[in-house]
Design a protein around this ligand. Structure first.
Ligand code: ADP
Ligand code: MG
Length: 313
């Protein structure tokens, strides 16, 4: 079942005294299924936050529509079942983590009898139990981000929308957030999150939507989006003289004594070279086929986006 459906969702801003029209989001149509982790991926300024703000009812679409739990946005009824982490959460920094959680749980309508346990559980889930009594202004960026995720979960939502949950975090902090998102899925929640950080997406998402310049360029499973072709082949060999010559067509990446690592852009050429190497008495140590990564894919799609598109209205 689709938890979220958007149909040609569009937002045009009018900026400056001349009300110049800026199309931040154009005709975005996508759906997110129950239990999925969906990554909304695109460079800065792509239209991710604008889309999410429309879903949250913070700004109104210029045209198009969206449904969450089959209710058209903005819907009070569905909002109660959504958890939301804004891109730049604003905290009452003088509150402790525990106090802030209690406040958010109260705002989410959690009955007072349950509140304490719910907050303790969530602070535990995000690894902030020990810091619960500390003021938020003393939290690191990563701790604030994890508190933000705990806050989004205060009302025990079925659907969680996170705007750039990994931005501004170091690799350890990003890994913690990734693990947390996995845990949400394990608990049966549906997660829609935006990011411009590609390595965070590959291991995490069931599906991704790639948005560039306000237009959704691709939606699908990462494995289906990436080209299955081998992009390059890395060959490590122990070889001398004639055998070494067999690898002459590759680009040398490393060389140490007899041992050499070369890269071939063409898989067939790599195969030929390896056969010649072995025939000449060389030893094949390792062979690695590199396929397209999401990063490569992104660069490819961004390159295509740079070609000016006809723009109506
Ligand atoms: N309130 C606004 N008024 C005018 N332009 C805006 C406004 N909000 C966003 N934009 C523009 O819309 C585009 C998309 O922005 P945004 O949705 O924040 O992108 P992302 O979250 O992907 O980085 C950008 O060009 C941005 O400058
Ligand atoms: Mg944004």
């Amino acid at each position: 079942m689709a938890i979220l459906r958007t149909e040609r969702l569009t937002k045009v801003f009018e900026v400056g005294v001349r009300l110049k029209k800026v199309t931040a989001v154009r005709d975005v149509t996508l759906s997110v299924d129950e239990g999925e982790i969906f990554g909304f991926v695109g460079p800065n300024g792509a239209g991710k936050t604008t889309t999410i703000k429309m879903l949250m009812g913070l700004i109104f679409p210029t045209s198009g529509q969206a449904f969450i739990f089959d209710a058209p946005i903005p819907s009070r009824a569905s909002k109660a079942r959504i958890g939301y982490l804004p891109e730049h959460p604003a905290w009452y920094e003088f509150l402790t983590g525990a106090e802030a959680m209690d406040l958010f749980a109260k705002l989410s309508g959690v009955p007072s009898a349950e509140r304490r346990r719910r907050c303790d559980d969530l602070l535990g889930l995000v690894g902030l139990s020990d810091a619960a009594g500390r003021q938020i202004r003393k939290y690191s960026k990563g701790m604030q981000q994890r508190l933000g995720i705990a806050q989004a979960l205060a009302g025990d939502p079925a659907f969680v929308i996170l705007d750039e949950p990994m931005s501004g975090l170091d690799p350890v902090g990003r890994k913690e957030v990734r693990d947390l998102i996995h845990e949400l899925k394990r608990r049966g929640k549906t997660v829609f999150f935006s990011t411009h950080i590609l390595p965070d997406v590959e291991s995490l998402c069931d599906r991704v939507g790639v948005i560039v310049g306000g237009t959704l360029r691709d939606v699908g499973r990462i494995g289906d989006l990436l080209s299955p072709e081998v992009k390059s082949v890395e060959v490590t060999a122990a070889a001398r003289d004639g055998a070494r010559q067999a690898l002459a067509g590759g680009r040398v990446l490393a060389e140490e004594g007899e041992r050499v690592t070369v890269s071939f852009a063409d898989a067939a050429e790599a195969d030929r070279a390896v056969r010649a190497l072995v025939a000449a008495g060389g030893e094949l140590v390792a062979l690695t086929r590199h396929r397209e990564t999401l990063e490569d894919f992104f660069v490819r799609r961004l390159g295509e986006a740079a070609v000016p598109e006809p723009r109506a209205g």
